[in-house]
Design a protein around this ligand. Structure first.
Ligand SMILES: [Zn+2]
Length: 137
C-alpha cells in the first residue's frame, strides 16, 4: 500500500459508516427476515431495518400492521404480527413505506425527516431542502 492509499484509508475510516450508507444514490435496506411460528409471524430484523430507515419503530409498525390488517407489537428487536405472512410481502410493504415516508419526491434521496407543523406532516429533505406534505401513517 503506498502513502496515498494509506491517507485515503485513514480519511475514510474517520467518516462515520452511517454517512456512507445514507449519502449513496441507492438506499440499501436489508431483506426482511421473517419466521412463522404457529399463527404468528416474527419479523426478526425489525430493529435493523428501522435503524436504516431512520424512523421510529412504532410508526413503521403502525404502517405495516395497517397494511396487513392485523395487530402487531414490538418485542425487543423484533416485531410480531398475528397471522401468517411471507418475507416477500413484508419487503413489499417496507418498500411502500420508503416510497411514501422516506424518499424525497423532489430529489429521490432518503435523507429526510418527518416534521409536524400546525397539524400537518411534512417530509423535510436535508439534501435539497424540499418540504412535502404527507399523509400521517
Ligand atoms: Zn430532496
Amino acid at each position: 500500500m503506498d502513502e496515498y492509499d494509506k491517507l485515503l484509508d485513514r480519511a475514510r475510516s474517520q467518516v462515520p459508516e452511517d454517512a456512507f450508507k445514507r449519502s449513496g444514490e441507492r438506499f440499501q435496506v436489508p431483506d426482511v427476515q421473517l419466521m412463522v411460528q404457529g399463527n404468528r409471524s416474527i419479523w426478526q430484523n425489525f430493529q435493523e431495518i428501522i435503524n436504516v430507515l431512520n424512523r421510529p419503530g412504532r410508526e413503521v409498525l403502525k404502517f405495516v400492521s395497517g397494511q396487513l390488517g392485523t395487530a402487531g407489537i414490538m418485542e425487543g428487536s423484533q416485531a410480531l404480527f398475528n397471522g401468517k405472512f411471507t418475507a416477500e410481502l413484508l419487503d413489499e410493504l417496507v418498500n411502500r413505506y420508503i416510497d411514501s415516508y422516506v424518499i424525497c419526491p423532489v430529489c429521490t434521496r432518503p435523507d429526510t425527516e418527518i416534521h409536524k407543523e400546525s397539524g400537518v406532516y411534512l417530509l423535510v429533505c436535508s439534501a435539497c431542502g424540499a418540504r412535502t406534505a404527507i399523509r400521517p401513517v
